[in-house]
Design a protein around this ligand. Structure first.
Ligand SMILES: [Mg+2]
Length: 221
């Protein structure tokens, strides 16, 4: 029985083509050039390397360059969220029909996450925001991030569903017994790493409600 749903934030609650993550990604590169003094023409390579070895750019810079995450996170997320995202009545309607407790599990900071869910008009549906500070900068897909979250949940991991647009972020969740949903299975963006841990693929977040209702019927019968 699925009693609890964890939602990734970026490119999950709103579509990839909003363009917001593109700006955030550019701001990460700018920060690396301006504050960590990485040559502009080496930023792309370093970010790919950090992504592969540590999970995120932040995690790589935290471990290898010992950066203070706070100014980095503030700079990177200082985007005009309301310029990119509008209230999403369809998303709100889908969330309203799901009786499960719902929370956010994101590699972004909580203040930014709150701006996102407010801009989408869905802030009242989420119980908690498990953010990058909560998981002590051990970004998804590091296993310790999931351990932090599971320890704080009022349910068992196998009563929990995680939906994320990056397949490899589902691997530790599956190991803990969660039901896993890969949104927008877009291999061109992040590859298919982790696909073996995917229980369900969805083309649209709006389809999650139907999937959860079907699974709840299957699992409880
Ligand atoms: Mg995402």
């Amino acid at each position: 029985m699925i009693r609890y749903i964890l939602f990734d934030l970026d490119d999950t609650l709103y579509p990839t083509n909003s363009g917001m993550m593109h700006e955030i990604s550019e701001r990460m590169s700018d920060y690396m050039v301006e504050h960590i003094v990485i040559p502009r023409d080496d930023v792309e390579r370093q970010r790919k390397d950090f992504w592969a070895r540590y999970g995120t750019t932040l995690r790589g810079m935290y471990i290898e360059h010992h950066i203070d995450p706070h100014p980095f996170l503030d700079f990177v997320h200082a985007v005009n969220v309301e310029g990119y995202l509008k209230p999403d009545a369809r998303l709100a309607a889908m969330l309203a029909r799901l009786p499960q407790t719902k929370s956010i599990f994101t590699n972004a900071p909580g203040d930014y996450a709150r701006r996102v869910i407010r801009a989408l008009g869905v802030e009242n549906f989420f119980d908690q925001i498990f953010d990058i500070h909560f998981i002590e900068y051990a970004s998804k897909p590091n296993a310790s991030a999931y351990d932090c979250v599971v320890a704080a949940l009022p349910v068992r991991a196998d009563e929990c569903l995680l939906v994320d647009d990056i397949a490899r972020n589902l691997v530790p969740a599956k190991k803990l017994g969660m039901t896993t949903v890969w949104l927008n299975g877009t291999e061109e963006r992040y590859g298919t790493d982790g696909e073996e841990s995917v229980d369900f693929k969805l083309a649209s977040i709006y389809d999650l409600g139907r999937l959860v209702r079907q699974q709840s019927i299957v699992l409880s019968s």
